[in-house]
Write a new protein. Structure first.
Length: 393
C-alpha cells in the first residue's frame, strides 16, 4: 500500500492541530489505567508536534458509552497519565465540542496540549454526522490521524474531519502502514500464519485471505474445533460452532487448490469436571466429558517446526485459553520459539500485545500492531476508510 502524507513536512508552528489518537485504554475496577501502551505509542507523534511548536488538540474515544455521557468513561485518567508522560499539563475540556472546547483551544500556546472529552459521548461520532464533524473541524487548522486502531471505522473524527481540513498521517499510523504493508505487498517466503481464538464465522474471511499468499496456516484455540469436527474428530464436551460444515469444507478445498498447508492440532490439553489438573489426549481418545483448552505437546512441536522454516510470520489470537496458566503453554511455546527464528514476525489483533507481554514472548516479534480490527482488515487487503481519506505521499 502506498504511504500517506506525513506530518514531517506539515506547517505546524503556531497552528492549531487536531489529532485523532487512540487512548481507548483498559481500566481497572477502580477506574485507573491498567495498561498505558496505547498512550505511550502516541508519544513520538506528540513529541514531534510539541517540538515543532504546534498547538495540539487531542481527541479520542474510551469504551462504549453509546452516545451518552458516562462519568465512568471520562478521559480524566488518560489526561493525568499523559501529563505525567509528557512532563507538562494536559488540561481536559469538559466536552468534545461547544463553548468550553472553543475557548480552551483559543488559549493554547505553541507546544501546549489540550485533550477533548470522550468523542463517543456524542451520537454524532459513530454516526459520522456531518454537523458533528464540522464542529470538531472548527477547532483546528490541520488534522493528524494517529489512531490506527480506529481507521477501519467511518466515524466523524476519522473520516468527517479530514474531509474538512488539510490532513496528514501521524508517525504511528505511518509506521503501521509501512510495517503491515510488508505482509500484503511483499511477504518473504515461506510465510506462516498462526491464528487462534474463537468464532470461526468471524475469522473465516481472515483465514481465506491468506490462501495462496501464505505457505502454512496454523490454527489453534477454539477456532480449530469446527475444522477438527469436519474431519470426524469427537471433541468430547467442547463447544463447536454450528452450521459451518459446508463453509469449513469449502475452505479446506480452497486451501488445497491454493497450495496453502492447513495445520491443525493432533493432540490437545483438556479440562474435565472435578479434575483440577490439565490432561493431554490424542485426538482419537478425547473423553466424553472433556473440554479442549489448548494444543498438546506434539502439536506445539509440529507448529514450532513449521515456524522454524519460515521467513515471515503473522500471529493473531491465542492457541488455547491462555489467561489460565494451565492452558497457556501452547501459545507460549509456539510464539516463544520465534525468538530463535530469523525473519519478519508481526502480531496483531485484539489483546495480542497484552498477551505477548504477559506470556513473555514480545521479543520474538519485529512489530506488534496497535490495531485490532484495523490491522486484521489491513492484512486482508481491505480498504480502511480512515486511511483512504488521507492524501497519498
Amino acid at each position: 500500500m502506498s504511504g500517506k502524507k506525513g506530518i514531517q513536512n506539515a506547517p505546524l508552528r503556531g497552528r492549531r492541530v487536531l489529532v485523532r489518537v487512540d487512548f481507548n485504554v483498559p481500566l481497572d475496577a477502580q477506574g485507573q489505567i491498567a495498561d498505558d501502551r496505547r498512550i505511550v505509542e502516541a508519544l513520538p507523534t506528540l513529541d514531534h508536534l510539541r517540538t515543532a511548536g504546534a498547538r495540539t488538540i487531542l481527541m479520542s474515544h474510551l469504551g462504549r458509552p453509546d452516545g451518552h455521557r458516562d462519568p465512568r468513561l471520562s478521559l480524566k485518567p488518560v489526561a493525568r497519565r499523559l501529563a505525567t508522560l509528557l512532563g507538562q499539563p494536559v488540561p481536559l475540556a469538559g466536552d468534545t465540542v461547544g463553548i468550553e472546547a472553543i475557548e480552551m483551544t483559543a488559549r493554547l500556546e505553541n507546544g501546549q496540549f489540550l485533550l477533548l472529552e470522550n468523542l463517543r459521548f456524542h451520537p454524532g461520532e459513530e454516526a459520522n454526522d456531518p454537523a458533528f464533524a464540522a464542529q470538531l473541524a472548527r477547532l483546528g487548522e490541520l488534522f493528524v490521524e494517529d489512531a490506527f486502531g480506529t481507521v477501519h471505522r467511518a466515524h466523524a473524527s476519522t473520516v468527517g474531519v479530514p474531509k474538512r481540513l488539510p490532513s496528514f498521517a501521524g508517525l504511528l499510523v505511518e509506521r503501521e502502514v509501512r510495517e503491515l504493508s510488508r505482509l500484503v505487498d511483499r511477504p518473504e517466503r515461506p510465510y506462516a500464519v498462526v491464528v487462534g481464538g474463537a468464532k470461526v464465522a468471524d475469522k473465516l474471511p481472515l483465514l481465506a485471505s491468506f490462501l495462496g499468499r501464505a505457505d502454512d496456516l496454523l490454527i489453534g484455540g477454539a477456532l480449530a474445533n469446527p475444522f477438527l469436527a469436519a474431519r470426524g474428530v469427537r471433541l468430547g464436551a467442547s463447544p463447536v460452532e454450528e452450521g459451518l460444515g459446508e463453509a469449513v469444507a469449502s475452505f479446506v478445498r480452497a486451501a488445497a487448490d491454493a497450495g496453502t498447508e492447513v495445520r491443525l492440532p493432533t493432540d490437545v490439553v483438556v479440562a474435565r469436571p472435578d479434575r483440577p489438573d490439565a490432561e493431554t489426549f490424542p485426538l482419537d481418545r478425547i473423553p466424553d466429558d472433556a473440554v479442549v483448552q489448548d494444543i498438546g505437546p506434539a502439536t506445539r512441536e509440529a507448529f514450532v517446526a513449521a515456524l522454524a522454516r519460515s521467513r515471515t510470520v503473522f500471529w493473531n489470537g491465542p492457541l488455547g485459553r491462555a489467561e489460565d496458566p494451565r492452558f497457556a503453554e501452547g501459545t507460549r511455546r509456539v510464539l516463544g520459539s520465534l525468538g530463535a527464528v530469523e525473519g519478519y514476525h508481526v502480531a496483531a489483533g485484539g489483546d495480542s500485545a497484552r498477551l505477548a507481554r504477559d506470556l513473555g514472548v514480545e521479543g520474538g516479534f519485529r512489530f506488534i500492531s496497535t490495531g485490532g480490527g484495523a490491522a486484521l482488515e489491513f492484512v486482508q487487503g481491505l480498504e480502511l476508510p480512515g486511511l483512504a481519506v488521507l492524501p497519498d505521499a
